[in-house]
Design a protein around this ligand. Structure first.
Ligand code: HEC
Length: 158
């Protein structure tokens, strides 16, 4: 009888160890899924999370009306945290159109919190800058205008 109790106790112990082990393992794989982008679609990986879910048809030629509108919003809502050429609260944005797609930039402006949580680029930026960019109540057409301003800046000032 004593022998039986020992065996049962031993089996229970094994089960507990196994259950804990499994828990840890699935947590680990969740974390790495997000980190290596397994849960992201190809579009999200390249263009970020947000309301822009398709490639935009953007004219090669700069639209100067959009540039003027974008500059206004940028000066009001972005300049307190971003410089064009050097790091401030956030990263420099003068050459951002050369490294990120217009869709990525728009999604980041329109939905910063999800991008710093779920997107590998956003996660890395948050680790580096340690401040979370707030949603600035910018509408989609305004974000598009900011992209135009940043494209114009990259073409004329770099
Ligand atoms: C309160 C400060 C703050 C304001 C205001 C702000 N940002 Fe940011 N921004 C950041 C920080 C910090 C990051 C880095 C990501 C993070 O830590 O949240 C960032 C990241 C970004 C990125 C991603 C850069 C990359 O390398 O992909 C873009 C694009 C961007 N901001 C554009 C804007 C625009 C456009 C505005 C104005 C509408 C704006 N930000 C307003 C702080 C700010």
């Amino acid at each position: 009888m004593k022998y039986l109790i020992t065996i049962v106790a031993f089996m229970l112990m094994l089960l507990t160890i196994q259950a804990c082990g499994n828990g840890e393992q699935s947590e680990r794989s969740d974390a790495s899924d997000t980190a290596n982008g397994n849960e992201l679609t190809d579009f999200e990986l390249e263009h970020g999370f947000g309301p822009v879910t398709e490639r935009l048809d953007i004219d090669e030629e700069i639209d100067m009306d959009k540039v003027a509108k974008g500059r206004n919003i940028y000066e009001m809502k972005c300049e307190m945290c971003h410089n064009m050429g050097s790091r401030m609260v956030g990263p420099p944005l003068g050459a951002i159109t050369e490294t990120r797609s217009p869709e990525f930039i728009m999604n980041f402006i329109l939905n910063p919190s999800e991008n710093v949580r779920k997107h590998p680029i956003g996660q890395a930026l948050l680790r580096e800058y340690m401040t979370e960019m707030p949603y600035q109540n910018v509408k989609e057409d305004e974000a598009r205008a900011i992209v135009e301003y940043l494209r114009h800046y990259a073409e004329t000032e770099l």
